[in-house]
Design a protein around this ligand. Structure first.
Ligand code: LHQ
Length: 261
């Protein structure tokens, strides 16, 4: 079975984690396919937004604990090597992708599966979904960006509680805490996620890319540096065709037709 289903339609690259019998836990095939898909999303100008979700009742249960290197009988393994080689480049690629990634969290997200969701730009969660920092349950440390994303999203007190106590956080609480954009009824999740992704795919793609750059840089910047960055990014946005189209459409009282250029 293909670990990742990939399709492209009307500017949207749709990615479905497809190991439902293991709640879409990451194995090498899935990680490799995800890495390639995000690379393709960056390289293909016809792709203007990405929609990520999981098959079956789970979103992603993190690293596959049946893999050789993390099994209970395995000799001491260098887990950092796997992060360095596979997980970290994937997370970096997602954050650097100058196109929006929408995540539809259809069920439980655990361990590095939460990191995958948090690395996306707009996260919708089904009402029955939950977020579990499972790492400490097995004596590990949150990884794949979780210790970067969590405190920024929910503050240190809540991040610490989630990481140390490793209890599932419901989608409704995740919405209340600002961990996700919106919690949606299960039956409405995919329609809502599709609508948002298609809307983004028809939008000013370069502006979206620059917005990602600005917002993700802000966490590590002083106001001074951020003002300089905004100046530079706005300079770039001001040279795009989509900016000209946006202003023309406003003046002509019509809907803008953005080309992503
Ligand atoms: C699984 C998994 C799974 C394999 C469910 N693996 N089979 C670590 C190491 C190396 C490098 C990089 O980074 C990391 C970071 C990490 O991600 S560490 C965290 C790894 N993930 C976990 O510890 C979560 C493990 N899973 C669970 O705690 C539960 O499955 C949750 C709470 C997610 C869901 O519970 P339930 O809804 O009760 O489902 P279940 O436990 O019955 O799972 C369904 C099946 O999926 C089951 O298989 P089975 O054959 O018995 O039906 C599980 O064994 C399998 N599965 N997660 N990570």
């Amino acid at each position: 079975m293909t670990a990742l289903l990939v399709s492209v339609d009307a500017g949207v690259q749709r990615l479905t984690l497809n190991r439902p019998e293991k709640l879409n836990a990451f194995n090498p095939a899935l990680l490799s396919a995800l890495g390639k898909a995000f690379e393709q999303a960056g390289a293909d100008p016809t792709i203007r937004a990405v929609l990520l979700t999981g098959a079956g009742r789970g979103f992603c249960a993190g690293a596959d604990l049946d893999q050789r290197e993390v099994g209970p009988d395995a000799p001491p393994a260098d887990l950092g090597a796997g992060l360095e080689a596979v997980y970290n480049p994937m997370i970096r690629r997602m954050r650097a992708l100058e196109k929006p990634i929408v995540c539809a969290v259809n069920g439980i997200a655990a361990g590095a599966g939460t990191s995958l969701a948090f690395a996306c730009d707009i996260v919708l969660a089904a009402r029955s979904a939950a977020f579990l920092q499972a790492f400490a349950r097995i004596g590990l440390v949150p990884d794949a960006g979780a210790t970067h994303f969590l405190p920024r999203l929910v503050g240190t007190a809540r991040a610490m509680g989630m990481a140390l106590l490793a209890e599932p956080l419901s989608a409704e609480d995740a919405e209340r805490w600002g961990l996700v954009w919106r919690c949606v009824d299960d039956v409405a999740l995919m329609a809502e996620a599709e609508a948002i992704t298609h809307r983004l795919a028809a939008g000013p793609t370069r502006s979206y890319g620059l917005i990602k750059r600005a917002l993700y840089a802000s966490a590590g910047n002083t106001l001074d540096r951020q003002l300089d960055l905004e100046r530079d990014l706005q300079r770039e946005a001001g040279t795009t065709e989509d900016f000209r189209e946006g202003v023309s459409a406003f003046k002509q009282k019509r809907k803008a037709r953005y080309q992503g250029r």
